[in-house]
Design a protein around this ligand. Sequence first.
Ligand code: CMP
Length: 140
Amino acid sequence: MAANRTFSIIKPDATRRNLTGAVTKMLEEAGLRVVASKRLLLSTAQAEDFYAVHAERPFYRDLVGFMTSGPVVVQVLEGDDAVRRNRDVMGATNPADAGAGTIRKELAESIEANTVHGSDSDENAATEIAFFFQPDEIVG
Ligand code: CMP
């Protein structure tokens, strides 16, 4: 399949533990290339908007609180079958269920503080990339 793109967030539990490089190394070793990256402190409004699909879930307020609790690193990743490749290296949402060698198994603290977010489809990848990046900020 042709190289394509996905969207990633390195979450506050990882930036707090100085794991930005460790996470990025695992992404790169999985065959993904960082073609855009910036470190941000999300506003409550940004986190609410980004996770609006989960607004009715019981964990929504905690999730928004967690995602605004410290810096995140938002990235655009490029590679063959990028969405699937990224989800494979991230592992299951709950680190207790994640496979050995995945980012969440090796590094995540809990189902909420699970170190990384990754788009779940090409369509959502495009939406999530556009949420944070202008086209000229992405350099492949
Ligand atoms: P993410 O891939 O960023 O998408 C939504 C996030 O909500 C998810 O990762 C987790 O951090 C969080 N999440 C999902 N399910 C739960 C849950 N049952 N309890 C707490 N947080 C959750």
